[in-house]
Design a binder for this molecule. Structure first.
Ligand SMILES: Nc1ncnc2c1ncn2[C@@H]1O[C@H](COP(=O)(O)OP(=O)(O)OP(=O)(O)O)[C@@H](O)[C@H]1O
Length: 566
């Protein structure tokens, strides 16, 4: 599908305001042209033919049109910007929706910086091109048409001459348009790479300092910036070349009108008034042609941004099911689950079969890299199994709507994300929960006393990604946040790993009490936290090596025993 047809699904949604803008701009153009056109009557009828009675009417007409033109100019600009903002909002909402529904794997591969670039620069460029530059281009095209008719009607040879010279604009446009589009796309890609580089540099600043990589990072950044700078210079050189090659055309038109138009005046085939108006119109015609030419070039440049926007919109959406989950969860089975993070990468889970008991404390243990977190990522549907099926209440999880599944499951990660907001807002996450309940849970998660030591207590801002908090404090806040949801299934993926043994023990004991009768899945390295689990699954190389209670597994002398000794 062509880019123009593709983008019309968005521009089509503002067609009302777009049409209105175009009509306003065309009336504005007509008013502007009549200001020049009226001069013919002042020169020919008033000054040359001596009909001075006409002068006051012509001057009042001129003043009226001038005021009308100015008011319309301001109003049309306001409507045009409104249309641009509307398109901007539509596209921004679309890309945000895409962001939230993108396949996690592709999303991670694409990179945050590129998304930021799409959200800011590309959407801006597209909305300004299609909702603002496009109606302006139509206005210029309309102006060029009207002027051409007026000149052609009064002196056809001059119009033909201007048209011939102007065809060079089209030739130039055809020559430079595709080249500029290519350079523009390259510049946009390099700019987003640079933003990605800067974003990664900021996120990794601690590692950069710790590993003394500052000069290396600086060198890499300088190199990336130099490349971007060279590319921008290349693009500008091309732009200047195109502008310079258009300049002699202006002079050719001026000379044509002055020479041939002057000759016609001397031959009495053209009145002085018409000559003056044609001279002014010929410059305006050329400006209109130039604007139309620039408009076409800019539109072709905008298609480079459409290309990039289209790339994002083409990212595969997460698969979603249609079925709602009514009632409580009674069974969770993982049947012959096969999983690879990428088609070309190695198998992580290999024909994994698990029957997760409902209402129990379930633990996953195993060596680092054995696939424990991957199991939780599949249960939360961050990823879909490559093969096999997760069955919930005897129906495939893939058939269940994400929305209804997410209401049933909560997860706490080892490194939880906290928003740069207050503690209370990070805990509530927009939910209406009584403060007493929040405080009670904070006490049970051993974080309330710490919060009270902060200058603004629960209203203290935690900073970017919770930078003002320790790893253990962040983990305890994330536990409160998840426990407030009181989900049927709670997954704790190394969620207490940063706590000291004593605090971890207290936190775990309270979680056990709070979650009594509910399914809690714990992934842990410290076996002390899961010793009392109803069932422990030992994962080894993507398979269940053994399962049972702590005492049962110790007796088997297998993997679990190995793990508990090491
Ligand atoms: N996003 C990813 N893309 C590609 N491979 C991944 C990804 N996440 C994990 N892996 C790989 O999958 C394997 C299993 O990882 P997983 O995180 O499930 O292990 P784990 O048992 O939880 O380890 P740990 O105890 O160290 O957290 C690892 O070998 C890892 O390299």
């Amino acid at each position: 599908m062509s880019n123009l047809k593709w983008i019309s699904r968005y521009t089509g949604r503002i067609k009302g305001i777009l049409t209105y803008t175009i009509i306003l701009l065309m009336i504005e153009k007509a008013a502007e042209l009549s200001l020049t056109g009226l001069q013919k009557f002042i020169i020919d009828d008033v000054f040359i033919n001596g009909d001075f009675n006409l002068l006051p009417y012509l001057l009042i007409g001129l003043a009226f049109i001038a005021v009308f033109y100015n008011i319309l100019h301001l109003y049309a600009a306001k409507v045009r910007i409104k249309g641009q903002q509307k398109l901007h909002t539509i596209m921004l909402n679309t890309i945000m929706r895409k962001l939230h529904h993108s396949n996690v794997h592709t999303f991670h591969q694409y990179g945050t910086g590129k998304y930021v670039q799409n959200l800011t620069n590309d959407v801006n460029q597209i909305s300004s091109s299609f909702a603002s530059a496009f109606p302006m281009g139509i206005m210029d095209l309309f102006g060029a048409l009207v002027i051409s008719i007026i000149i052609g009607f009064n002196n056809l040879p001059i119009l033909i001459g201007i048209m011939v010279i102007s065809t060079f604009y089209i030739v130039l446009g055809k020559y430079y348009g595709p080249k500029l589009k290519m350079e523009q796309r390259e510049s946009a890609n390099m700019k987003s790479d640079l933003i990605v580089f800067m974003e990664e540099g900021i996120s990794s600043s601690r590692e950069v300092i710790a590993f003394n990589r500052e000069s290396y990072e600086k060198k890499e950044y300088n190199q990336a910036f130099q490349n971007y700078f060279k590319q921008i210079m290349k693009e500008n050189r091309l732009l200047n070349k195109q502008m310079l090659s258009a300049e002699p055309l202006k002079w050719a038109v001026n000379l044509l009108v002055l020479g041939y138009g002057g000759y016609c005046v001397m031959q009495n085939t053209l009145s002085i008034g018409t000559f003056v108006v044609i001279y002014q119109f010929s410059s305006q015609l050329l400006v209109s042609y130039q604007r139309v030419f620039n408009f076409l070039i800019n539109m072709s440049r905008s298609f480079a941004f459409v290309d990039r926007f289209r790339d994002v919109m083409n990212i595969e959406d997460e698969k979603d099911g249609m079925q709602k989950l009514d009632g409580s969860i009674s069974t969770i089975e993982m049947n012959k689950i096969q999983f690879k993070y990428d088609a070309n990468e190695r198998t992580i889970l290999n024909k994994l079969n698990i029957d997760i008991p409902i209402g129990k404390k379930v633990a996953f243990v195993g060596e680092s890299g054995s696939g424990k977190s991957t199991v939780s990522q599949l249960l939360t549907r961050f990823y879909e199994p490559t093969d096999g099926e997760i069955m919930i209440n005897q129906q495939p999880l893939s058939n269940i709507s994400r929305d209804s599944w997410q209401k049933k499951v909560s997860i706490v990660f080892q490194e939880p994300y906290l928003f740069p907001d207050t503690i209370i807002n990070n805990l509530l996450m927009g939910r209406a929960i009584p403060k007493d309940k929040v405080i009670d849970l904070c006490k049970k998660m051993q974080i309330h006393d710490f919060i009270l030591t902060l200058p603004k207590g629960y209203n203290t801002n935690v900073g970017e990604r919770g930078i003002k908090l320790s790893g253990g404090q962040k983990q305890r806040l994330a536990l409160v946040r998840a426990l407030l949801a009181d989900s049927e299934i709670l997954i704790l993926d190394e969620a207490t790993s940063a706590l000291d043994m004593k605090t971890e023990h207290l936190v775990q004991k309270n979680i056990d009490t709070l979650r009594k009768g509910k399914t809690t899945i714990i992934i842990a390295h410290r076996l002390s936290t899961i010793r009392n689990a109803d069932i422990i699954f030992v994962i080894d190389k993507g398979k269940i090596a053994e399962s049972g209670t702590h005492s049962e597994l110790l007796k088997t002398n297998g993997k679990y025993r190995e793990l508990s000794i090491s």
